[in-house]
Every structure is written in structure tokens, then in C-alpha cells.
Design a protein around this ligand. Structure first.
Ligand code: GRF
Length: 199
């Protein structure tokens, strides 16, 4: 059985959707570790309510390289096969990425490479795009830049606010993150250049 490690910082709705997919057998794996860098993350509570192994490793005032070594050690001790960032509000060091080559996924609420970074939905609205969406991608040390596994598009409506657009995108996030995890864990993909080809 493959083992998934989840890293989060907040609400945890993507983590919850992944946990639902595991419970329903849409993802054949177990959640071996849920790690938050913030003690107050709602995602930690959700994990505990579900009886999943949840730990907080606080990042405040810890230098990045040192912090990442702590996280990698925890993930390795839980023998994690795939790391899923689910609203984890930190850049990963090169050392972290090298510890799990092509085995770290992230979800981002825009159609990358458009609107990387914070407040992607607000960026999309302010730019005036008519279509936005979400992206699941492999993680490298650059922000929101690694090879793309899956994307989903949603319309941007004339009267959208950042909140209404975020909600429309979030529903798609919950759907495609589980799908991408299933594809990656099953090895139903290969890489050509920076293009991920899903079989
Ligand atoms: C999501 O919009 C995700 O795309 C972004 O951070 C947000 C996390 O939300 N990376 P949640 O904690 O999964 O509810």
C-alpha cells in the first residue's frame, strides 16, 4: 500500500477531499502523515477527527534549510511515497525537492503559468481573464513552476468577486487533486521534457 504525506498550513479542504477519496477507494493508498507548520491549522483538527496521524512542526523563527530537514526526516520516518502540498504556504528548498524527486505534488488555484504566487484568484480577476481554473503540478524549488499533471478550467463571470471565483475553482481543485494523485501513484504517467504525459 502506497503512503501519502500531506503538508498543510490552514483550512485543509483539499486534504479533506483527498482523505474522502482514500476512504472511497478512488485513491489506493493510505494517509501516513499530516503535517502542519501552523499549530492552529483547521486541517490538523480534521486529521485528528478522522483518526489520521497528525503533527505540527512549527516553522516560526526556524531557518528554511533547518525546517525542511525536520519535515523530510518526519516524512522519511513515516516511509512516505508521495508528498502532497495542500495549502502549504511555504517554498520548498532544493534539498527537500531532491529528497523526493518527482514525488511532490501541489495544487494551485490558477491555470499556471498564469498567476503564480499568492491571491491567484484575485490576480486573475484583476487581470480580466475570462477563464481561470486550477493546476496540479510536480514541485521544484521554483514557485508554482514544476511540470503540470492536470488542469481544470472554470469561467470567470462578470459579477465575480475573489470569493465567488475561489469557490468555483475550489470545487475543481477537490476533483482534480485526487485524480492526479491516483494517476501518479499508479505510475500512469511519463515525462517528456517538461511535459507530463498521462497514459
Ligand atoms: C487552495 O486554494 C489551494 O489551491 C492553495 O491553497 C488553498 C488551500 O485551501 N494552494 P485548503 O486549505 O485546501 O482548503
Amino acid at each position: 500500500m502506497k503512503r501519502i504525506g500531506i503538508l498543510l498550513s490552514g483550512r485543509g479542504s483539499n486534504f479533506e477531499a483527498i482523505a474522502d477519496s482514500v476512504a472511497a477507494g478512488r485513491i489506493e493508498a493510505e494517509i501516513a502523515a499530516v503535517i502542519s507548520n501552523r499549530p492552529t491549522a483547521r486541517g490538523l483538527e480534521i486529521a485528528r477527527e478522522r483518526g489520521l496521524p497528525a503533527v505540527c512542526i512549527p516553522s516560526k523563527d526556524v531557518p528554511r534549510e533547518e525546517y525542511d530537514r525536520l519535515i523530510v526526516a518526519e516524512l522519511k520516518s513515516q516511509q512516505v511515497d508521495l508528498v502532497c502540498l495542500a495549502g502549504f504556504m511555504r517554498l520548498l528548498s532544493a534539498e527537500f525537492c531532491q529528497a523526493f524527486p518527482m514525488r511532490i505534488l501541489n495544487i494551485h488555484p490558477s491555470l499556471l503559468p498564469a498567476f503564480p504566487g499568492l491571491d491567484a484568484q484575485k490576480q486573475a480577476l484583476e487581470h480580466g481573464v475570462k477563464i481561470s481554473g486550477c493546476t496540479v503540478h510536480f514541485v521544484d524549488p521554483q514557485l508554482d513552476a514544476g511540470p503540470i499533471v492536470l488542469q481544470a478550467a472554470v469561467p470567470v463571470l462578470e459579477n465575480d468577486t475573489p470569493e465567488s471565483l475561489s469557490a468555483r475553482i475550489l470545487a475543481e481543485e477537490h476533483r482534480i487533486y485526487s485524480e492526479a494523485i491516483a494517476v501518479v501513484l499508479a505510475g500512469r504517467w511519463r515525462i517528456e521534457g517538461r511535459r507530463v504525459v498521462v497514459d
